[in-house]
Design a binder for this molecule. Sequence first.
Ligand code: PLP
Ligand code: COI
Length: 366
Amino acid sequence: MSQPVVFTRTETSRPASAEHRSKVLADPGFGNYFTDHMVTARWSTEQGWHDARLEPYHPVELDPATTVLHYGQAIFEGLKAYHQPDGSIASFRPWANATRFQDSARRLAMPELPEETFLDSLRELVSVDNQWVPTEGESSLYLRPFMISTERTLGVNRPAGSYLYMLIASPAGSYFASGVKPVTVWLSREYARASPGGTGAAKFAGNYAASFVAQTQAAEQGCDQVVWLDAVERRAVEEMGGMNLFFVLGSGAEARLVTPELTGSLLPGITRSSLLRMGERLGLEVEERRITTEEWEQKARSGEITEVFACGTAAVITPVGKVKHSDGEFTIGDGAPGELTMKLREQLTGIQYGKLPDPEGWMTKL
Ligand code: PLP
Ligand code: COI
């Protein structure tokens, strides 16, 4: 079971034409197009990890009684491959994604994919689909590793005995259609995303399934995204649908960066932890602590909270301009992107695109 997993390659018969690819890469959007190949690997109680393959991208056939379709054991990761100035392709902290994938697997009683195998799968896919890594502007190749349970049974008294790991890739432009324009967010008091002891800290598919009803409500209120609050009191700010949140208190040399502490019900974002480190390097005071909606509104109105932004792999750093809730709304600063928000954004993307020094050694060649 601990033997290295070796990927068998099956060549694609019909890769996309160069014309189709360049048309897609000119305006990829997010999550709409996929590259020519994918990776698969299987796990069973008897064999452990086996049958790892690099194959042409193709649909997956599942028996209607496959456990994932009924009981939802499904986890995923999200990371990006960036074109570097020297022509190489690198990813941002992929080992952290490999570790979080294992953490998610443990929470969902699924097998842990060895971190080396996770990294190898990225390298395999990127090596054959490297033409799909965009070279222009702030675009990248979004990598989506995921795992589902595949046992054919309706039995629910134990976790499934077999699993399928897959990796697909999708060229990505900006996550929000509006680019770096500030977003308006909706404080969700009716619905909660995750509760203490639940699955909120895992990148578990069900967390996202449970979020759509609130996301629809947010859209009906003219908002771009939902802000999740703690499930018990609906007061402490947790995170957004696919992003963590940061608050800037004060400004200039006095600025402090505050982000909700990891309570077990929000996702420990890799961008989040990187920004905490970058904040420290900039000499800022950084705090991980409880922050309530009352504090947010009161300090935004008094001007003490000067900037708020969301961060994540897909969304990078996105300023929050306005907040709405069932009793009203308020603006952050003058509603425009904040100075520190944009500075951190420039530094982060500078590291990711190989344009700025990488003092922590976060970039990993694929
Ligand atoms: N929170 C949730 C719910 C997410 O899905 C994501 C995206 O992965 C994040 C936060 C940000 O995490 P990361 O910075 O690791 O992409
Ligand atoms: C990511 O940033 O990788 C995410 O997973 C967010 C969203 C696309 C689910």
